[in-house]
Design a binder for this molecule. Structure first.
Ligand code: G6P
Length: 615
C-alpha cells in the first residue's frame, strides 16, 4: 500500500506533490512526508499522521521552493507509524533520498551486511535499507544512480514501487516497480510520478504504466527511458491516453467520497451494462467472454478468487452462476487459496474480482492458477491495473474511481458484470428459457432507476441510524442471494464505525448467534418477499421473542414484516436474483450515517487502506 508522488519540471513541485498525496491518501494515511530539491539542498519534512498534519509541519520546518520533489503517504508495514519511520528516507551520506511502496522481504540480512560495512540506521524500515544498499552499490561499483538502483534491486526480494533521486544529479528521478503500481505522467517539459494517475490528471492525460520488473529514468527535458531491471534491455514505453477526468476524483458537493459513491450507483450500474446489454434485441456482448466463450462453456468448474468486499461479490455470483448456468462454482479468499495447494486444472475457469486490480493476494492467486493451466478472467474497476494485465481476459466494471476506503459502487457493479456473464452463459448453454432470459434483461434495465428509488430511503435510514448509533454489536441476517449482502452489510459497519458486526445466514442463527440476542442487540434482516420469505419471517419471530430489535429490509408493500419489525426499509419489487443490487443500498447508508454520527473518519477508517498491495 502507501502512495507515492513525484514531480520534476518547471513548476513549483511542492504544491503538485502535496495535492497528489491528498488524492492518494486512500492507499494509507498513518504518516506522510516530502523531500524537495531547491537547486542546492534537499529539504525534507515528515510526520506521523495524515497529509494535513504534514502540511502544517512543512510550514514550520522548511521552505518549499524547488522544481523537483517526492512525497509519500504511508500504511505501515515495517516499523510503527512514527516520524522517524515515515518516508522519504535519506541514505547515510545524505545524498540520496527515496520513497517506497511495498516490502523488501530480505531486508534483515541486507541490513546486517550494511551494518557490518559501517552503515547506521535511524528507522526500523526496510526502505532505509534499500536506499543505503543503492548508495553502497553506487560507491563500490562507481556507477551512476540508475545503474546503482538496478544492481541493488537485483539483490532484493519482495515488492516495490520506488522513486529515488541524488542531490548530486538533481535533474533526474529514478523509478522502478515490482508488484506495486507506478505510473509516469508525461507533461510538456515536465514529468509526474505516482501510484495511480489521480495526482496528475489535471496536468496531463498521457501516461506510461511501468510493468513489473521495469525501471525508468525520468530526466528533465529528455524522453523517459525504460529498461528491464533483470537484463538491462531497453523497453519501448507505451504512452497511454487516460480517460479519467478531475470531476470523477472530487467530492462534488458531498460530505464524503463514500456518500458520493453510494449515490453514483445508478449511473455506475448503467455504465457497467451500457453497450454490453441490448435488452430489446436480447443480446449480451462482452468481448472478454465472447472471445473465450468455449473456455467458459466447457468449464468443469468456476473458481472465484477475491478479498474483502470483492469476495462478497463473488459469493453473490456463486448463487447467480449456479442457479443460471448449472456450472459448479467455488469462491475462495485469495489469501487462503494460494497457500493451500489447491486442486486446479486446465478445465477450470478462474474469475478474479478486484476493485483496485492491485490486491497482492489476488494477484498471487491468479499467477498460481495460470501456472496450473487454468484460464483466468479478471473483473476489475481500475483500468490498466496489475490484475487486469495479468489475467488472460477480463471485463471492467466501469464504476469510475472509487476513493472512499469502504467499497460501495465497486460491489454493485461487480455483481452487475458477473450477472451479465452468467446470463450470457445460461443463454448459450440453454439452462434458462428464452423468455426467462428476456425477463432478466428487461429487469436489469430497470435496476438503475430502482437503485435511485431505493436511495430515497436516505432520510429514513438516517433516522434509524441515530437510534442505534451507540450499539456495541450488530447482527446482519440474510438467506440465499442476500446472505452475502448480510456479510457485506456487517463488513461496512465494522470498517467505518468500529462497531462489532456479524453477518450470518438467517437459518444458521439458531446454531449460535441467537445466544447473543437481548434487548440491546439490533438485528438487520434482509427479508425480501422472494427469498425463503416465510422462513425469514420465522427467524424474525425468534429474534423478537428474545427481545432483539429488528431493522428489516423488505420489498415495497410488505405488510407482514411491518407488523413485527421495529423498523422497515423498503426496496422496489424486483426479481429475486437481482435483489442484492437493491438490498445493499440501505445497508451502505446505515453504516455511513452511523459512522458519521460517531464522528468516525468515514473515508479513511483507522488501520485500513483501499488497496492492499502487501500479502
Ligand atoms: C481492502 C479494501 C476493501 C476491499 C479489499 C479488496 O481491504 O479496504 O474495501 O474490498 O481490499 O480490494 P480489491 O481492490 O481487490 O477489490
Amino acid at each position: 500500500m502507501c502512495g507515492i508522488v513525484g514531480y520534476i519540471g518547471h513548476r513549483e513541485a511542492y504544491p503538485v506533490v502535496l495535492k497528489g498525496l491528498k488524492r492518494l491518501e486512500y492507499r494509507g494515511y498513518d504518516s506522510a512526508g516530502v523531500a524537495i530539491y531547491d537547486g542546492k539542498n534537499i529539504k525534507l519534512s515528515k510526520t506521523k499522521g495524515k497529509v494535513a498534519d504534514l502540511e502544517t509541519r512543512v510550514k514550520d520546518e522548511i521552505t518549499v521552493d524547488g522544481s523537483l520533489a517526492i512525497g509519500h503517504t504511508r500504511w505501515a508495514t515495517h516499523g510503527e507509524p512514527n516520524d522517524v519511520n515515515s518516508h522519504p528516507h535519506y541514505s547515510n551520506s545524505g545524498d540520496l533520498v527515496i520513497i517506497h511502496n511495498g516490502i523488501i522481504e530480505n531486508y534483515e540480512p541486507l541490513k546486517q551486511e550494511l551494518i557490518n560495512r559501517g552503515y547506521k540506521f535511524q528507522s526500523d524500515t526496510d526502505t532505509e535499507v534499500l536506499v543505503n544498499l543503492i548508495e553502497d552499490v553506487k560507491k563500490n561499483e562507481n556507477v551512476k544512480l540508475g545503474k546503482a538502483v538496478q544492481i541493488a534491486l537485483n539483490q532484493v526480494v519482495g515488492a516495490y514501487a520506488i522513486a529515488v533521486f541524488d542531490k548530486n544529479k538533481p535533474d533526474e528521478i529514478v523509478v522502478a516497480r515490482l508488484g506495486s503500481p507506478l505510473v509516469i505522467g508525461i507533461g510538456d517539459e515536465e514529468f509526474f510520478i505516482a501510484s495511480d494517475a489521480t495526482p496528475f490528471i489535471e496536468y496531463t492525460n498521457n501516461a506510461i504504466y511501468l510493468e513489473d520488473e521495469e525501471m525508468a529514468i525520468v530526466r528533465r527535458g529528455k524522453k523517459v527511458k525504460v529498461r528491464k531491471i533483470k537484463d538491462d534491455s531497453l523497453v519501448d514505453p507505451y504512452v497511454q491516453e487516460l480517460q479519467l477526468n478531475l470531476e470523477q476524483i472530487e467530492k462534488g458537493g458531498y460530505d464524503h467520497f463514500m456518500l458520493k459513491e453510494i449515490y453514483e450507483q445508478p449511473r455506475a450500474i448503467l455504465d457497467t451494462f451500457r453497450g454490453r446489454m441490448l435488452s430489446n434485441d436480447g443480446i449480451i456482448r462482452m468481448a472478454g467472454v465472447d472471445d473465450n466463450i468455449e473456455k467458459f462453456l466447457n468449464a468443469q468448474r468456476i473458481l472465484i478468487v477475491a478479498c474483502g468486499t470483492s469476495w462478497h461479490a463473488g459469493l453473490v455470483a456463486e448463487y447467480v452462476f449456479e442457479n443460471l448456468t448449472r456450472t459448479p462454482v467455488e469462491v475462495e479468499y485469495a489469501s487462503e487459496f494460494r497457500y493451500r495447494n489447491p486442486v486446479i486444472t486446465e478445465k477450470d475457469v478462474v474469475i478474479a474480482i478486484s476493485q483496485s486490480g492491485e490486491t497482492a493476494d489476488t494477484l498471487a492467486a491468479i499467477k498460481l492458477a495460470k501456472s496450473k493451466g487454468a484460464f483466468v478472467f479478471g473483473v476489475c474497476n481500475v483500468v490498466g491495473s496489475s490484475i487486469s494485465r495479468e489475467t488472460n481476459a477480463g471485463a471492467y466494471t466501469h464504476a469510475g474511481p472509487e476513493i472512499g476506503v469502504a467499497s460501495t459502487k465497486a460491489f454493485t457493479t461487480q455483481i452487475t458484470v458477473l450477472t451479465l456473464i452468467a446470463l450470457k452463459l445460461a443463454q448459450k448453454k440453454g439452462t434458462i428459457s428464452t423468455s426467462e432470459f428476456h425477463g432478466y434483461l428487461s429487469e436489469m434495465d430497470a435496476i438503475p432507476a430502482k437503485v435511485e428509488k431505493t436511495l430515497e430511503s436516505d432520510e429514513h435510514v438516517k433516522a434509524i441510524s441515530s437510534i442505534y448509533k451507540d450499539a456495541t454489536n450488530f447482527l446482519y441476517l440474510g438467506r440465499g442471494y442476500n446472505f452475502p449482502v448480510a456479510l457485506e452489510g456487517a463488513l461496512k459497519l465494522k470498517e467505518i464505525s468500529y462497531i462489532h458486526a456479524e453477518g450470518y445466514p438467517a437459518a444458521e442463527m439458531k446454531h449460535g448467534p441467537i445466544a447473543l440476542i437481548d434487548e440491546q442487540m439490533p438485528v438487520v434482516v434482509i427479508a425480501t418477499r422472494k427469498g425463503h420469505y416465510e422462513k425469514v419471517v420465522s427467524n424474525i419471530q425468534e429474534i423478537k421473542s428474545r427481545k432483539g430489535k429488528i431493522i428489516a429490509v423488505v420489498m415495497q408493500g410488505d405488510t407482514t414484516i411491518r407488523k413485527i419489525a421495529d423498523y422497515v426499509i423498503e426496496i422496489p419489487e424486483t426479481l429475486e436474483l437481482l435483489t442484492p443490487l437493491l438490498t445493499t443500498i440501505p445497508l451502505q447508508l446505515l453504516s455511513y450515517y452511523i459512522a458519521v454520527m460517531r464522528n468516525c473518519n468515514v473515508d479513511q477508517p483507522r488501520n485500513l487502506a483501499k488497496s492492499v498491495t502487501v500479502e
